[in-house]
Design a protein around this ligand. Structure first.
Ligand code: SAM
Length: 248
């Protein structure tokens, strides 16, 4: 097994790395901002990592706060995630709903077969790292973390399959927050092209892999250009990840 594969979040050494980094970041957060909210977020992160999410702490906190914000603003629509793996980022958003006492539909799209191969629109590094079954999660693991955190599953809609087939026929109508965590150009591009028009004006699109995988960056830039939106609409989240708000 090559080193890149071994250090991916799918295997124990990769999970150990994620845990180590996460503990350091949590320590820094608690030292910089010792508050009830920080403690609550730290506890949530420790519960979802490393088994259920590979998403960076700052991005998880951003998702939690954004869902809390759309709930407080009573923005209509579902929470949609494209790229679920084992459900940690979805659970973080569902925890924000629980904590604000708001119920929303959650639409969770994933092949649950892992990432598809990158294409020529992705970069050499994506190709060199790729192996079949990379980031293969499961619905059972998503359900497990929801149960562990006592989060309701009755409004969670799992859509298992490749986006190319599942998204064009998805029944989701209105989206308050669209979280895209699907790595490659084609996947990110397809989600944006098919689901952005269903985002409520004033709603949010969150891009986990922005500033990390070049294919994701290109997909986002091409999409913004196709809609006449400048790149300045993007707000960065730490070293990787970004979000933008659909104009109201
Ligand atoms: C980085 S993982 C998601 C991580 C997850 N959000 C978390 O909390 O750790 C990317 C996921 O996207 C899914 N994916 C990527 N492209 C896809 C496509 N075209 N169709 C279906 N699933 C896809 C993969 O199966 C994988 O589970």
């Amino acid at each position: 097994m090559n080193i890149v594969k071994l250090l991916s979040p799918d295997f124990a050494p990769g999970k150990a790395l994620i845990t180590g980094r996460s503990i350091l970041e949590i320590g820094a957060m608690l030292a910089a901002r010792p508050s009830a909210e920080s403690l609550h977020l730290a506890r949530l992160i420790m519960q979802v990592k490393p088994a259920h999410t590979m998403v960076r702490n700052l991005s998880l906190i951003n998702l939690y706060r954004m869902v809390r914000y759309i709930n407080r603003s009573a923005l209509p629509g579902a929470v949609v995630e494209c790229g679920v793996w084992n459900g940690g980022s979805a659970a973080m958003m569902a925890a924000a709903c629980r904590d604000t006492g708001v119920q929303r539909d959650f639409w969770l799209f994933d092949s649950f077969e892992g990432l598809p191969p990158p294409t020529e629109k992705d970069s050499a590094i994506e190709h060199s790292h790729y192996y079949e079954g990379w980031n293969k999660g499961s619905i059972a693991n998503v359900e497990r973390i929801f149960r562990k955190l006592d989060l309701p599953l009755d409004r969670v809609h799992f859509v298992k399959g490749w986006f190319e087939q599942s998204i064009p026929v998805a029944a989701v109508k209105q989206i308050a927050l669209l979280h895209i965590d699907a790595d490659w150009y084609d996947s990110v591009s397809l989600v944006l092209a098919r689901l952005y028009d269903r985002v409520t004006p004033g709603g949010y699109v969150v891009l986990d892999d922005y500033n990390y995988w070049e294919g994701c960056d290109r997909a986002v830039h091409d999409f913004l250009e196709s809609r006449g939106m400048p790149r300045t609409v993007l707000h960065k989240v730490g070293v990787m990840g970004a979000y933008f708000q659909k104009p109201a």
